[in-house]
Ligand binder design. Structure first.
Ligand code: HEM
Length: 348
């Protein structure tokens, strides 16, 4: 691609690059073009760019053409969401009306190496696209964590710099991580929460949380701060011993029948933080059971399936709106840059 390399700085891609990237997109075209355009804007107060993020991920995990820059290892799934209609109290999005919506998705392991061996300590992701492309589509990428480790794009960037492999030792510098936590108190606070709540052993028994707050808007125009999560309705098969110790049992379970998660909407109060995904909301907040996600088909990544979807968290239907969380626009811009690059490399 023709994007400039080098240190972070303000970046405006050439128009022909945007057009070339758009031409490579076979599916989900309309919404993804919007995501490409989002990549033209800058991410946050510091001079970070989408390209700087791609470089720092590549520095930490290596460059693997055609794969996602983060969450590179994954499998594609499909299924449906059965809404019970309860979510319509909060949002006028079609997905919350009583009825069934088709879903495409992707389970993933955090990190930029698609050949990494599974460990239960590594973050697990689930990206979902509810409904067909168009103005009513809802995309979300969730993690098996109760809070996100970073409160800002800068913190995430600095973490990736700190975890870079040091030439000579082949390992990250432990002192760099200590310095990182000293410089980022919200990240240190989030790490303390994550240590208290260790992950479950597998994919099928994971709680997947959206982590960022959003606003739901109902038919009467009432705006409510909401966070969502998927709570599992099954146990996971035990991990196997090979490099795909967590993906193998997931695939076996999906082939045996649908895996199911309940979609739970947590309603914030006006005082609950919407701008900081490292902060938990109090445990007594009201929740709404909005229905059940069913996933019943699994495929390796291939042309035309979820390999070619950008699970941009700002692809939202009318009835769901972004909050003031700075991670959201950063994610949107970086995912678009990663998508554009890998789409151009995936010729098959
Ligand atoms: C500044 C913060 C973040 C950055 C820079 C970042 C970066 C990335 C990148 C580059 C990708 C690959 C995108 C692609 O090629 O399609 C990705 C994927 C992903 N991210 Fe993030 N991320 C951030 C925050 C988050 C948060 C807060 C969550 C969860 C709430 C999250 C969950 C995921 C998941 C599940 C995927 C895989 C989705 C898929 O299968 O396509 N990320 N992230």
């Amino acid at each position: 691609m023709n994007e400039p390399t080098g240190p972070p700085g303000r970046w405006r891609p050439a128009r022909r690059d945007v057009l070339r990237g758009a031409a490579a997109v076979a599916t989900f075209l309309a919404v993804d073009v919007a995501a490409f355009l989002a990549a033209n804007n800058w991410i946050g107060p510091a001079l970070l760019t989408p390209r700087a993020f791609l470089d720092v991920f590549n520095n930490a995990f290596g460059r693997h053409p055609g794969y996602r820059t983060n969450h590179a290892k994954g499998v594609c799934v499909a299924g449906w969401f059965d809404s019970n209609g309860n979510g319509a109290e909060l949002s006028r999005a079609a997905v919350f009306a009583l009825g069934r919506t088709p879903v495409l998705g992707r389970f993933s392991a955090a990190g930029g190496n698609p050949h990494t061996a599974d460990t239960s300590a590594a973050g697990r992701g689930l990206g979902l696209a509810f409904g067909f492309p168009g103005t009513q589509q809802w995309r979300t990428a969730m993690l098996n964590l109760p809070v996100f480790p970073d409160d800002s794009p800068q913190s995430m960037y600095d973490r990736l710099v700190a975890t870079a492999i040091v030439a000579g030792t082949g390992k990250p510098d432990p002192a760099a991580m200590t310095r990182f936590y000293a410089a980022h108190p919200p990240a240190a606070r989030a790490m303390a929460i994550l240590k208290q709540r260790p992950p479950t052993p597998g994919f099928a028994d994971s709680v997947f949380s959206g982590l960022n707050a959003f606003y739901f808007v109902n038919q009467s125009g009432v705006r409510t701060p909401v966070r969502w999560k998927l709570t599992p309705l099954q146990q996971a098969l035990p991990p196997t011993s090979g490099p795909d110790a967590l993906f193998d049992p997931l695939v076996r379970q999906l082939r045996a029948g649908p895996l199911r998660w309940r979609l739970v909407l947590t309603i914030g109060t006006p005082d609950d933080p919407t701008h900081d995904a490292t902060l938990l909301w109090p445990g007594d907040r009201r929740t709404i059971d909005a229905g059940v996600l069913n996933l019943d088909s699994v495929q390796p990544e291939a042309k035309g399936n979820a390999r070619d979807i950008n699970f941009d968290p700002l692809v939202l239907p009318p009835g769901i709106e972004p909050s003031d969380d700075p991670l959201l626009s950063a994610r949107s811009a970086v995912y678009a840059a990663s998508f554009r690059r890998r789409a151009g490399e995936n010729t098959l």
